[in-house]
Design a protein around this ligand. Sequence first.
Ligand code: UDP
Length: 147
Amino acid sequence: FAAEILSVYMSNRTFTMIKPDATSKGHTGAILDQIIKAGFSIKAMKWTRLTTEQAGLFYDIHRERPFFGELVDFMSSGPIVAAILEKDNAVADFRKLIGATNPAQAEEGTIRKQFAASVGENAVHGSDSDENAVIEGDFFFSKLERY
Ligand code: UDP
């Protein structure tokens, strides 16, 4: 029974960041507007800036990839907005809303298509699984900071 409640709860939440390229170009409000209009509700949110060490920890899974250094430098280059979002089928629906990692391959109307410049500087992050949504939300927010 407890596991059932947990799985329902988890599949309703995802984690996002508005990345430094988008915050520095002034797209934060427009992106949040599209997220809310798509039916996501914000359960926690903060404007912050990552150190290179924190960005490296967040993207630890990519540590051996050739783009890791560039990714860490980019993600610590300016402010980000981190947020926990809630909606039915949150992870999959949010990935659909943001579009493919490479904006050149993202569908028309997606957030990355509209606001991203390149595969690296791609405006937004969206968790790729329910499990990672919880891990990533916990990276930024204490229990007191989400509801
Ligand atoms: N990234 C990059 N070069 C690549 C692939 C990815 O700089 O060739 C960056 C990009 O910012 C991406 C992040 O690394 O969003 C994480 O990559 P992932 O494949 O997990 O893509 P996502 O889940 O963000 O679409």
